[in-house]
Design a protein around this ligand. Structure first.
Ligand SMILES: [Zn+2]
Ligand SMILES: [Zn+2]
Length: 388
């Protein structure tokens, strides 16, 4: 039985010595294997993973590698477990931890910075200067689970206490996996200045971050909130999450439509979540002079940018990485208060052993999949009951 030195466990919460975990081999090659259950160090806990959502970045990592970085390089064939949008139950406490109790339900944010670099000291831990430096004699203790350290496509993971967010029993496992997605949208709005009540906001691209970006902007009091995209079913979900107007870019010019809705002047903020090659130029023409653009997605190739237009109009452009400045805590507070229903973006659930199918649903958007969740506990059993 699992009983490492200096780690607090509970007889009510027995932990096995080994666990099931998916491991990345060559690109696109995942194998379900057995690993030792990891051991938390100071200021860390062991989390029993109950559910994990699949993110477009997981697909990117499994196929291309970056932004994952293991031992200073590509994540392939390094016994690395991807997956980063998970929730679960605190199962064991590392030395000195009294902030959490065994048995508490938590969801996680991804980045635990090194805590000692310039950016970490400023609270910008998702931009830690020691990203991925957590091995050998350059070990700065940086963790970004599913990126630079083992992640959530497994039964257990180690998390810094700074990455934990308590969730109430009323919130389902599936909904709790979406806190970090809403937290990313919240971070974008935080970096844009945060005070969006009564300001006009456009969200471009109705993926999970875009849709929850609509929900968070609306919950913060933005008016109007406009969503642009090309799929009517996703735009409809955007409406249900609070968009005042939706624009299908297949049917009309989104820039002209946005400007028309704002008396010809354009909006105060754009949150760009589409990653389309020309999105930044379109966003620049959607905002008014002095407006702000947050880039939360990116094209796969370098894009051509009309810099003269940005300069002449004093337009601010922000790149954001992840879910910094404790934005997940603010997002969870909105969700706990039921200010929006994040589960509208959750479409499918699979068991841990069916991860390859779950990834295919997410990648190919089978049955209009948006957020696909994998459940480590319960789901397979539920399926068996249904089959009997
Ligand atoms: Zn993600
Ligand atoms: Zn740092």
């Amino acid at each position: 039985m699992y009983k490492p030195d200096h780690v607090k466990t509970s007889p009510d919460f027995p932990i096995p010595d080994t666990m099931r975990a998916w491991v990345l081999g060559d690109p696109d090659q995942l194998t379900l294997t057995t690993k030792p259950v990891p051991v938390p160090k100071r200021a860390e806990v062991l989390v029993r993973i109950d559910a994990v959502a699949i993110c477009a970045t997981d697909l990117e990592i499994i196929h291309h590698g970056p932004p994952a970085m293991i031992q200073g390089g590509q994540p392939f064939n390094k016994n690395f477990t991807p997956g980063h949008e998970y929730m679960g139950t605190v199962a064991a406490l590392g030395p000195g931890v009294d902030e959490y109790k065994i048995g508490q339900r938590v969801t996680v944010e991804i980045h635990a910075g090194c805590g000692q670099c310039k950016r970490c000291r400023e609270g910008m831990y998702t931009a830690c200067h020691n990203y991925g430096l957590n091995y050998g004699d350059v070990d700065k203790g940086h963790r970004a689970n599913g990126f630079t350290t083992d992640g959530g496509f497994a039964e257990y993971a180690v998390n810094s206490i700074n990455t934990l967010v308590r969730v109430s029993d009323e919130m389902s496992d599936e909904e709790a996996t979406l806190v970090v997605t809403a937290g990313t949208a919240m971070y974008g709005l935080t970096e844009l200045g945060g005070l969006v009540a009564g300001e006009s906001v456009v969200v471009t691209g109705p993926g999970p971050i875009g849709l929850l970006g609509v929900a968070v902007a609306k919950a913060l009091g933005a008016q109007p909130v406009i969503l642009t995209g090309t799929r009517d079913n996703r735009l409809q979900i955007g409406r249900e999450l609070g968009a005042d107007f939706v624009i299908n870019a297949r049917n009309e010019d989104p820039v002209a439509a946005v400007r028309k809705l704002n008396g010809g002047k354009g909006v105060d903020y754009v949150i760009e979540c589409s990653g389309a090659p020309d999105a930044i130029n379109e966003a620049a023409r959607m905002v008014n002079r002095g407006g702000r653009i947050c880039l939360a997605a990116f094209p796969s190739k370098p894009a051509e940018v009309d810099i003269a237009y940005l300069v002449r109009n004093n337009i601010y452009v922000y790149g954001i990485r992840g879910e910094g400045k404790s934005a997940t805590h603010r997002a969870e507070a909105f969700m706990a208060q039921k200010r929006f229903d994040a589960t509208k973006v959750h479409t499918h659930t699979f068991a841990l052993e069916d991860l390859p199918t779950a990834l295919r649903y997410a990648r190919e958007r089978i049955e209009d999949a948006i957020k696909v969740v994998v459940k480590t506990h319960g789901h397979a059993a539920a399926n068996r009951v249904a089959a009997e």
